[in-house]
Ligand binder design. Structure first.
Ligand code: C2G
Length: 129
């Protein structure tokens, strides 16, 4: 049984999010998703997500391709999460290319291409206009 782990904010859930989760799931048998907390987002971007963490986690957890969800509290805990959730594969979008290679001693690290031309930031801009 192959356990796949991925991370993200998944704010204003869109087709790019669905696509990476479906592709991540297809690499194994069990997909675990670390949904970043509101606090982690605030510390990274100096703003809170549009949807609060419990709603983002509920949406991600309701997807057919997702088996398990937890809160990612800090970017520093990746190695601990990989061990705790016994991940065989870590999947990230290629906007993070190379950034998680240090975990190759714990599991396989795979970067998948992002879906072009869609992002939460672009959606927020579009709605604002
Ligand atoms: N994504 C994608 N295509 C897009 C937009 C996003 O494939 N057009 C992917 C990202 O590459 C990422 C996932 O969807 O793998 C979640 O994206 P974000 O919510 O933007 O996640 P991020 O804020 O990068 O948080 O520990 C890492 C962080 O928690 C990742």
């Amino acid at each position: 049984m192959k356990r796949v782990l991925t991370f993200g904010t998944f704010d204003v859930f869109h087709i790019g999010h669905l696509s990476i989760l479906e592709r991540a799931a297809s690499l194994g048998d069990h997909l675990i998703v670390g949904v970043s907390t509101d606090q982690l987002n605030f510390s990274k971007k100096n703003r809170y997500p549009v949807y609060p963490e419990d709603e983002r986690a509920a949406i991600v957890g309701a997807l057919r391709c997702v088996d398990e969800v937890f809160y990612e509290e800090s970017l520093e805990f990746k190695g601990d999460y990989i061990r705790q959730y016994r991940a065989n594969i870590l999947v990230m979008g290629d906007d993070w290319l190379g950034r998680f290679d240090e975990f190759e001693n714990l599991c396989e690290v795979v970067y998948l291409p992002r879906t072009p031309a869609i992002s939460t930031t672009a959606l927020i801009e579009k709605i604002r206009r």
